[in-house]
Design a protein around this ligand. Structure first.
Ligand code: NAP
Length: 307
């Protein structure tokens, strides 16, 4: 039996939070320029004009312009080698004005992920893909977080959703979304279960969840019968069905049971882009002051001695 929520769920919209974040970033850029005499830049590296993520990356660059951050697009020919991509990323890391570097994913076939990781300065890794930043997150230290995972948890925190002690189920275990989201929820003292394609009887697990975060890339996957009445749902999925953006949640059915839910579009997506810009300013301040951002400080200063 499906229990209907009285007035429908609360919509957790990312747009207003993103607007507030962007306004803060725009002010930070002005202060930074006054203090340092230059404008920080975000560089986006794309291999081949028809890269699948090119549209998303251009959106990030548009977002830079709106807040006064300088945007750099580095377009390499589709047939570029791993060495050429590596050299481009290294070159950007040598430019003091470039505070953040994002490379298109997935990479073209034939270019291994190591090419990016081996050449990316962790101090400029504003989307948290470098193992240094991933390691800091998993150990519970501050570092650059993957922006989508950060947005998925930030939308809950800024909406006043209690996380401590509650059962959160994350569906999806990718390095960019599922895994870091689970670690961030753990950091917020939630009790976290991570589910994936080999999980047995997923619905039985999600029905015990106070909070479900889904990032699987399957439209309409999460339905009302998989939810406990009153659950909070974060839909990270971005799918295109009949030319329309849709999430991983069957919104019409889930909305009858959930107490709060992020819409797609308009939920996690807009917040992700704004958070990237905030990470960029954190990187810029860290690089300019010669002080490493908190995430990249030597662990020796903060870690108890291991015997
Ligand atoms: P991904 O790397 O393909 O990972 C998908 C995950 O879903 C995997 O861990 C997979 O399990 C799991 N999965 C697949 N089928 C499943 C099933 N039947 N039951 C349970 N788990 C299942 O995808 P991703 O990069 O994490 O992205 C996920 C979604 O988020 C996509 O729709 C993507 O477009 C979207 N996304 C949104 C943003 C944003 O800003 N909102 C940013 C990035 C991505 P296995 O590990 O076992 O294969």
């Amino acid at each position: 039996m499906t229990i209907l929520a009285d007035d429908g769920p609360r919509l957790l919209r990312g747009g207003p939070i993103a607007t507030a974040l962007r306004e803060q970033v725009a002010q930070d850029v002005v202060v930074f320029r006054e203090e340092r005499g230059y404008t920080p830049a975000l560089a986006v590296v794309v291999v081949g004009r028809d890269a699948p993520s090119a549209v998303y990356l251009h959106k990030i660059l548009d977002g830079c312009r709106l807040v006064g951050i300088e945007d750099r697009l580095v377009e390499l020919p589709a047939e570029s080698s791993a060495d050429e991509l590596g050299a481009a990323i290294r070159g950007l890391g040598d430019d003091p004005q470039v505070a953040g570097i994002i490379t298109q994913m997935p990479l073209p076939p034939g270019i291994p992920l190591r090419t990016v990781i081996d050449n990316l300065d962790p101090l400029r890794d504003i989307d948290g893909i470098h193992p240094v930043n991933a390691g800091l997150l998993s150990l519970g230290y501050e570092g650059f977080l993957p922006a989508t995972a950060h947005a998925s948890v930030e939308i809950l925190l800024r909406s006043g959703i209690e996380l401590a002690g509650r059962h959160a189920v994350v569906i999806g275990r990718s390095n960019v979304v599922g895994k870091p989201t689970a670690l961030l929820l753990l950091r917020e003292d939630a009790t976290v279960t991570v589910a994936h394609s080999r999980t047995r009887d997923l619905a039985a697990i999600t029905r015990t969840a106070d909070i479900v975060v889904i990032a699987v890339g399957k439209p309409g996957f999460l339905t009302a019968d998989m939810l406990k009445p009153g659950a909070v749902v974060v839909d990270v999925g971005i799918n295109v069905v009949d030319g329309k953006l849709t999430g991983d949640v069957d919104f019409a059915s889930a909305a009858r049971v959930a107490s709060a839910i992020t819409p797609v579009p308009g939920g996690v997506g807009p917040l992700t882009n704004a958070i990237l810009l905030r990470h960029l300013m954190e990187a810029a301040r860290g690089l300019a002051s010669g002080r490493m951002p908190p995430g990249t400080r030597s662990l020796a200063a903060t870690t108890p001695e291991v015997r």
